[in-house]
Design a protein around this ligand. Structure first.
Ligand code: SF4
Length: 637
């Protein structure tokens, strides 16, 4: 077996309390690398078509990659893969901190959770020792308290904890799995999957290490890697301010989601800018394992009704979701709502964007009288937003409706509400807007987990990295690639980016330093993989991109089996029909169809249906999946 892997997968069946281990397959590692790629292959074959995401047949894959647990910059992250209760399709969410390395040090490449416990349960994993504990004492507890008590009760002060809060227990469709109380595998509702299994927490402690194939070469690579991060001016800025630095950037290009994406500029943006956060509320800086970029910021409130509050985050996405998109420019309110999302275990993007959707419904008089009476949910009402977060986690009143997410609410409310439903495939759109960024329009439409900014976000076209764009996509295409308002070549940029990101997510390393700022790319991942694993075939960029295409197509196939076609690769009507009313992107709308045509062609998928053909699947080494989809009659003729 290659180096970089622990060679072991831990499988825990909560129904029977049976614990087994199996060997990590060298063949699958060669073809799918690790992380979400390898887990995707397992998910496809182990989780049958059409099962209930919240039933015992669904599984949770806690994933590491070959880089996890090494000292490569940003290799402290991990991912969780499953079938989503929010969207009913592919679910994937990444999280930082120290849990990923800890899983490797405990001796596992993956931890797979199956079945459904009869009663609330906590799992303790200390190297080879696996124990089941009652989760009842912790059920109902918020995440920070539960995390603290679990470490104390299990005598694992240095253990790292994946756990859910009341959001996951109450099956909020976009509840998160929290790590050590403050980091979130936020998107796609994985907390509800854990809640449906009656699994409150997994506490992990490991005493092993990760061996790499060529320590000398690896040392050269990681030292150079850290130096490149430390010398990068944008990385230094991010180290100072964290990702809220994007508030000013988005405002300046007219892409700061405001009032449920009705506008792309926000009049109160300076009051929620990174500088305002930093100068008035900065508390401390934190980082994931091995990361010197250290983008995580904790903030503190010194006066007002939230005096004494200290919370980690928000990221840019949280500032958007609980700030501009709901018309709130009061930082303490944003910090309080972020804190509640951490404590209850809710995805801050979906929670805030569902609130924005409800505010627009209220404005359009599309909420019932009872709903209106219950909570004065209108733009800028911070108190109501805070109350809504409590109500969502507890599934009370309007919160019970909001806990289902915008798309289900829109369906329930009927056609009048649909124009305000800002989701793709049922997942709330993150802090971008395709009208100001055409490649992102395509990215949101085609991403495997629904509206997703992390799987294919091209930053070159918008943030003026012309030299990097020329290197990645060719000098001849530069004028169109670097124009965020044209559709030409955006499919090419999206496809290249998507392939590289899926390799990143299989390795697993952080989104930052790969996408933005653009420090590492496939040319860096190829030698890194060789030095870590010892497999020389990874040294070819061409081969890596072939693997990237395989991984993207694999996720597509999981969704195709669940019924996804081109008809589902859609954007909200607002993006394609309602021009931005003001700001630098005024008048812009998205012409999606030509980009979709090009996107499918570049992957070799059928343009009419968006489904990969048998031949393409064969070429990508996915013949088993081709046979399965063929037997189900879903492949194009
Ligand atoms: S850049 Fe931020 S999120 Fe990424 S590994 Fe570093 S601290 Fe973690």
């Amino acid at each position: 077996m290659y180096k970089g892997y622990t060679e072991k997968i831990l499988r825990i069946d909560l129904t029977t309390q049976k614990v087994t281990t199996e060997s990590t397959s060298q063949d699958l590692a060669r073809r799918f690398i690790g992380g979400t790629g390898y887990a995707g292959r397992l998910l496809y074959h182990e989780v049958p078509k059409g099962i209930d995401s919240l039933g015992p047949e669904n599984k949770l894959y806690f994933c590491t990659g070959p880089a996890t647990g090494t000292v490569w910059p940003t290799a402290g992250r991990m991912a969780v893969v499953s079938k989503s209760p929010l969207t009913g399709i592919w679910a994937e969410s990444h999280v930082g901190g120290h849990l990923g390395p800890e899983i490797k040090y405990a001796g596992y490449d993956f931890i797979i959770i199956e079945g459904q416990a009869e009663k609330p349960t906590v799992l303790s994993i200390v190297d080879e020792k696996i124990e089941f504990h009652s989760g009842t004492p912790y059920w109902g507890q918020k995440t920070l308290k539960a995390c603290k008590e679990l470490r104390k009760d299990l005598k694992q002060q240095h253990g790292h904890v994946a756990l859910i809060g009341p959001g996951g227990e109450n099956l909020v469709k976009y509840s998160a799995i929290m790590v050590d109380g403050a980091r979130a595998a936020g998107r796609t509702g994985l907390g509800a999957v854990m809640g449906s299994k009656n699994l409150k927490a997994i506490v992990v402690r490991g005493t092993g290490s990760v061996e790499v194939a060529d320590p000398q070469w690896f040392k050269v690579l990681w030292e150079e890697g850290h130096q490149r991060v430390q010398e990068n001016p944008q990385a230094l800025e991010m180290r100072k301010y964290g990702t809220p630095i994007l508030v000013a950037t988005k405002q300046s290009i007219g892409e700061l989601p405001t009032y449920n994406h009705r506008e792309g500029v926000y009049e109160g943006w300076e009051r929620i800018s990174a500088e305002t956060f930093h100068d008035n509320y900065y508390h401390t800086t934190r980082a994931c394992a091995t990361c010197r970029l250290a983008c995580k910021k904790a903030f503190k409130v010194d006066e007002g009704i939230y005096k004494g509050l200290i919370t980690e985050g928000p990221e840019y996405e949280g500032v958007m979701a609980m700030g501009s998109n709901v018309g709130i420019d009061d930082i303490p309110t944003i910090l309080q709502t972020q804190h509640l999302c951490n404590e209850y275990g809710l995805d801050v993007i979906s929670a805030g964007c569902t609130a924005a959707f409800l505010m627009e419904l209220a404005e359009q008089d599309l909420l019932s009288e009872e709903e209106q009476r219950e909570l004065d949910i209108r733009w800028g009402n911070g108190e109501a937003l805070v109350q809504l977060m409590h109500a969502i986690a507890e599934r009370k009143g309007l919160g019970n409706l909001a806990a289902e997410g915008s798309h289900r609410i829109a369906k329930k409310k009927g056609t009048a509400a649909e124009p305000y439903d800002m989701t793709v495939k049922g997942m709330e759109i993150s802090g971008q807007d395709g009208r100001a960024h055409r490649s992102m329009a395509l990215g949101h439409a085609v991403s495997a987990r629904g509206a997703d900014h992390l799987r294919n976000l091209v930053t070159m076209d918008q943030l003026a990295y012309k030299d990097v764009a020329a290197e990645r996509f060719g000098e001849d295409k530069l004028p169109e690639i670097c124009d965020p308002y044209v559709e030409t070549h955006k499919a090419l940029a999206t496809v290249v980016t998507e392939k590289v990101y899926t390799i990143r997510d299989s390795l697993i390393v952080c989104w930052y330093t790969c996408s933005w700022p653009p420090i590492f790319w496939v040319e860096d991942f190829a030698p890194l993989l060789v030095a870590v694993t010892g497999e020389p075939a990874f040294d070819s960029v061409e081969e890596m991109m072939h693997i990237g295409a395989r991984l993207v197509t694999l996720k597509r196939c999981f969704n195709v089996r669940e019924g996804i076609t081109r008809q589902d690769d859609r954007l909200p009507r607002r993006f394609t029909h309602d021009p931005f009313p003001s700001g630098p992107s005024r008048g812009q709308t998205v012409d999606l169809e030509p980009m979709l045509d090009e996107y499918y062609k570049l992957y070799g998928w059928d343009v009419k249906t968006g489904i990969p053909s048998y031949n393409i699947l064969q070429t990508l080494g996915l013949e088993d999946i081709a046979k399965d989809l063929k037997s189900q009659g879903v492949l194009p003729s």
